[in-house]
Design a protein around this ligand. Sequence first.
Ligand code: FE2
Length: 259
Amino acid sequence: MYNYAKEKLILFIKETFDINDDKVKHKLQHTFYVVDNAEYLSKKLGLNAEEIELAKLIALFHDFGRFYEARDYQSFREDLHKMEHATLGAKLLFNDNLIKNFIDNRKYDSIMKKAIENHSKYILDTANMTKDEILHCKIIRDADKLDSFRAKTVSDVYTMANITRKDIEYSVISDKIYNDFMNEKTILSKDRKTGLDIWVSYIAFIFGFYFKESLEVVRNKDYINILVDRFNYKNSIAKIQMEDIRNKANNYIKQSCDK
Ligand SMILES: [Fe+2]
């Protein structure tokens, strides 16, 4: 089922969007990394073959709305343009029934819809969700964040966030963002005021992971040090604060993994 859906999705993306657009390319590449992460986590969590296949299908379609966002807004900054890719993706696939073009079996629609529409919410509201729905929501949220770390080590920041290297290197961290980070909180997008706030908000994704297995990947790949070292912070206070952020993040990961 997964392989059929994958081939159909690739065809659909090629026919519907400009595959040479950097943002479309970036999200297509991201999609398949998230599938790999979802498979990795599902296996680590000891799920059966059907559950692993479902986790991969959710990952395959989780950012369906992003392709429309890239085309219509040329930006993934939802704090600026207010379009929610997760809501749009779930609506197009399951209310407008585009999912029928990719998967014949309707058995998984309900759980896929829940996982996709909730994958990027600041807080996951599990009230009224079944055990399986909660599990798959958590897997896709972790798998997505894990690939965000990989992407932030290599991808162009303008493609990802419509900011430049200069916007990050010549700015400061807002007090609220620094305090939230030090209190081990993920950052609310609308609280970000500067380029460096945006960069710090990506590092703060560590506080949103559900599974220790995800934090172990972050530790093994040394993502925190790579992200902190990616830029040369020109403001002397920001430079010191980024070291605080490095230490806080690395200690949090060490403590969580060693539990
Ligand atoms: Fe994603």
